[in-house]
Design a protein around this ligand. Structure first.
Ligand code: BMP
Length: 461
């Protein structure tokens, strides 16, 4: 079940998203320019101003959201007036409806008959009170109903955010058109996406004036960013809307879909097999220890399709772990640098790296790239054995004033690396463990049982 409610609204919105190449919903919240006791003439001027701003941003926005203060100041007719100026623009009534079923039904009827294509409703009011709005949305021919399941302001963390999962699941149960999620907290957007699945819309306010970075909520799983002040207060609203349109549209195109049930072990076994990066035999490691297997992930960049697939898997894994927060990525040369570069590009997070030894000329720095003391860095490498190179890297970064909490690798060789890291308060984040890979490689006939046992004996030692 998906999208039963709001099919007409969604169609209109999706058409405009593509025709204007924009994932911006403009919050036209200009009522604060009017004093509450302003005469009728000034209210009419406000409607004209609203129409004028709407006209100037229309080429770069997917939809316009009108809020309660504007409708109180000008009357509900403002919806028709804006529609006359920009035909076909989807209009969302942000009334945050939160009453009993009977009252909600009346609010919905007035809203839809005034020409709004969708209405925003609080989720916490519960099933029956939301259902009353959904019934009206259907009666009016597929209008949208957007539920508030979380919010962007600081106080949202007090009551609504702790309930966000339950509210999101209610949104799915009632099959509403979409939900409101905080553009100020992209990691919460990713969680909400994982709860509501791929089919319902996520609209995220809080971008710009409230601090959310354009495109980051969409990259984290949202479909649209709701932007108000940063557009209508800009010197040129048209230019601002155009810039936000480019950032939001691009962010969706680059987004990694969060797929449920990805079998990382299975996928990585296949990649290792395709690229012949897993070798069985006798190999002397950097530490001098002789190992019965070797994983050569440096081969991956020579197989662009497999490398791209692995990057997608890394992004999916990170998307499923929103608790891992970082401002920058540090790739460990050499292997970790190619993985770090790919992640940096896809996540649009700056890359830095630590040299093996400082150059004898130039700035003689050990850490290359731009960073500020206090930034949190995710250390990235291909695999981990005993953790030695990760510890050295983390120490250099910490000595520069950077915060390092997590080390992200593709394969954990399970030779004590995780425990070593933990001693200095670093958490190992590995896509797969060698023991799981070995089991899968045996199942697929890529390793014999005897070879697998030799690897297990070696790990256990
Ligand atoms: P601005 O970009 O100027 O901060 O506007 C954001 C808009 O989104 C405002 O209309 C605000 O009422 C609304 N909004 C929000 O900011 N956070 C929420 O959680 C829910 C909202 O509807």
């Amino acid at each position: 079940m998906s999208g039963e409610f709001g099919a007409a609204f969604r169609k209109l919105l999706e058409q405009r998203t593509e025709s204007q190449r924009s994932r911006v919903i403009h919050a036209l919240d200009i009522a604060n320019t009017l004093s509450p006791d302003a005469p009728q003439a000034q209210r009419e001027t406000l409607v004209e101003q609203a129409c004028q701003i709407a006209r100037s941003v229309a080429p770069h926005v997917a939809a316009i959201k009108l809020n309660y203060p504007l409708v109180l100041a000008t009357g509900v007719e403002i919806a028709h007036k804006i529609k006359q100026v920009i035909s076909g623009i989807p209009l969302i009534a942000d009334f945050k409806v939160a009453d009993i079923d009977n009252t909600n039904a009346w609010i919905a009827r007035h809203t839809f008959s005034a020409g709004f294509d969708a209405v925003i409703v609080h989720a916490f009011i519960g099933r029956d009170a939301i259902q009353a709005v959904l019934d009206e949305a259907r009666n009016y021919g597929g209008r949208g109903v957007i539920l508030v399941v979380d919010m962007s302001h600081p106080g949202a963390l007090q009551f609504i955010h702790p309930q966000a999962e339950k509210l999101s699941r209610l949104a799915v149960e009632l099959d509403v058109t979409g939900v409101i999620a905080p553009g100020t907290r992209p990691e919460h957007v990713t969680q909400i996406r994982s709860w509501i699945g791929p089919n319902h819309l996520i609209l995220t306010p809080g971008v710009g004036a409230q601090g959310g970075k354009p495109g980051s909520a969409i990259a984290a799983g949202a479909d649209y960013e709701i932007i108000g002040r940063s557009i209508y207060q800009a010197k040129s609203p048209t230019k601002a809307a155009k810039e936000f349109a480019a950032a939001t549209y691009k962010a969706k195109a680059h987004r990694t879909p969060v797929r449920e049930g990805v079998d990382f072990v299975d996928e990585i076994s296949q990649i290792l097999y395709d690229t012949q990066a897993f070798k069985f035999g006798s190999f002397t490691l950097g530490s001098g220890i002789v190992s019965p297997f070797y994983i050569d992930l440096r081969l991956l960049p020579s197989y662009p399709a497999s490398f791209a697939r692995l990057t997608d898997l890394q992004l999916q894994w990170l998307a499923a772990h929103p608790e891992i927060k970082f401002d920058r990525i540090a790739g460990i040369p050499t292997a970790g640098l190619s993985f770090g570069t790919m992640l940096s590009q896809r996540l649009e997070k700056p890359l830095i790296y630590v040299r093996k030894k400082a150059k004898g000329y130039g700035r003689k720095r050990l850490v290359e790239g731009k960073f500020e003391s206090g930034d949190t860095v995710l250390v990235v490498d291909d695999l981990i054995t005993d953790g030695g190179s990760k510890l050295e890297t983390a120490k250099v970064l910490r000595d520069e004033g950077l915060k390092v909490k997590d080390v992200f690798v593709v394969v954990d060789r399970e030779q004590g690396g995780g425990a070593q890291l933990a001693e200095v308060d670093l958490q190992l984040r590995a896509l797969v463990k060698i023991s799981d890979l070995v089991n899968t490689l045996v199942q697929r006939g890529h390793l014999t049982k005897q070879q697998a046992q030799r690897i297990r004996d070696y790990i256990n030692r």
